[in-house]
Design a protein around this ligand. Structure first.
Ligand SMILES: *Cc1c(COP(=O)(O)O)cnc(C)c1O
Length: 402
């Protein structure tokens, strides 16, 4: 049996472009918080497809809604309106308080659209061709050229030549670094309210407030990338809502479709009226009936299952467990994060601990070499947090030789 999985992986490595160093596991199915591989081994999942499966695997109401949409129509193109997109856009506006929605197929595409909207907004004011965007060091906004150009990890950008968006990098929670990057060409500032890939680093309320005020003063657009920290993960539908610091443009993806590939960028009416117009932006698949049926049902289920309330009531338990780890182990330097988006910062690479956890049937993802990231499905309960903590404890002990 074990050889079946090994053979499948060997096949995959001959056919797929090797752009990922994958875990040596072929997944087959999932139920709730658990995954199963092709050998029938079960795993407790604390990464949920990188923050995608907010509702857990195999939610019946969700799956039924998708199946029903398949039997109606999968695709129409954006030359027509379609019912799921109309419903999904309306619901997304309601939970975000934004005014205009554009559906994309991924997070990176949502960022692309957000950047294009911001540059067009500035261009309409001064017809300049050299607008700049301020992004944060250690940020992650995706792998397409525009998104990459504002991604604050230089080795992701280095091999790919000239970047299309003039980006300057500042440091999150260091307002002076933002101030010194601003000039007359600055058209937007893009921030993750909690940096995900870059190390689970929350932006402080004070910092965001000052950036918001600076943007207002200079008519610079504030873009919040909520692809990872949005959709209830921090205990509010969007991470910025906790502080009431509203962006001009925001992006959303990952949990938005709970497994169906879909993203969105949203904007205020002011930006909507003064940026992208008919002919400026488009996508064949974006906002298609299948993807939007997913979004629409996800938003219904968030309400029915009171997901944000559940996150707010469960997150303190996870936080406490992780604080206990920090107190118990010298090799753990810090716990940080918000809600059900948490990180444990080690004084050494965490790949060994993650591998041992995997062996014991627990899935984690890192955020940089030294940080274990905790991104459970938002339906997680104390029971699974306890189960996770017990396995993690064993994995750490074995790894550090206790
Ligand atoms: C994952 C991520 C993206 C990119 O989304 P894709 O769907 O992988 O293109 C963009 N921004 C943030 C904050 C992310 O976490």
């Amino acid at each position: 049996m074990a050889d079946k999985m090994k053979a499948m992986i060997e096949q995959a490595e001959q056919d797929l472009l090797h752009t990922y160093n994958r875990y040596q596991v072929v997944l087959e199915s999932g139920q709730g918080m658990y995954l199963q591989d092709v050998n029938g081994k079960k795993y407790l999942d604390f990464m949920c497809g990188i923050g995608v499966f907010a509702l857990g695997y195999g939610n019946k109401a969700f799956n039924d809604a998708l199946k029903a949409q398949i039997d109606k129509i999968l695709h129409t193109s954006n030359y027509f309106y379609n019912t799921p997109a109309i419903e999904a856009a309306h619901k997304l506006k309601a939970v975000s308080g934004m005014d205009r929605v554009f559906f994309t197929n991924s997070g990176a595409e949502a960022v692309e659209g957000a950047l294009k909207a911001a540059v067009k907004y500035a261009w309409l004011k001064d017809k300049g061709q050299d607008h700049e965007i301020i992004a944060m060091e250690n940020s992650f906004h995706g792998r397409t050229y525009g998104a990459l150009s504002v991604t604050g990890t230089s080795h992701y950008r280095e091999p790919f030549g000239q970047m299309p968006c003039g980006a300057r990098f500042a440091r999150v929670n260091d307002f002076d670094s933002v101030l010194s990057a601003v000039n007359d060409k600055t058209c937007a500032i893009i921030i993750e309210c909690v940096q995900g890939e870059g190390g689970v680093m929350p932006a402080q309320e004070e910092f965001l407030k000052k950036v918001r005020a600076l943007c207002d003063e200079r008519d610079i657009l504030l873009i919040f990338d909520e692809v990872q920290c949005g959709m209830g993960r921090t205990g509010d539908m969007f991470a910025w809502q906790t502080y009431g610091i509203k962006p001009d443009i925001m992006t959303c993806a990952k949990a938005l479709g709970c497994g169906v590939p879909v993203g969105a960028f949203l904007m205020t009416e002011k930006v909507g009226q003064n940026s992208l117009k008919a002919g400026d932006h488009g996508t064949t698949y974006g906002g298609n009936p299948f993807a939007c049926a997913a979004v629409s049902k996800v938003l219904d289920l968030y309400e029915e299952l009171r997901i944000t309330e559940h996150v707010r009531s469960t997150a303190p338990y996870l936080t406490q467990k992780l604080e206990d780890f920090k107190a118990r182990y010298d090799c753990i330097k810090e716990r940080r994060g918000r809600g059900l988006m948490q990180g444990l910062v080690f004084d050494r690479p965490v790949s060994g601990v993650i591998a041992r956890a995997m062996e014991k049937g627990l899935i984690f993802i890192n955020a940089g070499p030294n940080i274990i990231r905790f991104l459970p499905a938002l339906i997680v309960t104390k029971k699974e947090i306890d189960e996770m903590a017990a396995i993690l404890d064993e994995a750490i002990r074995e790894e550090i030789g206790l």
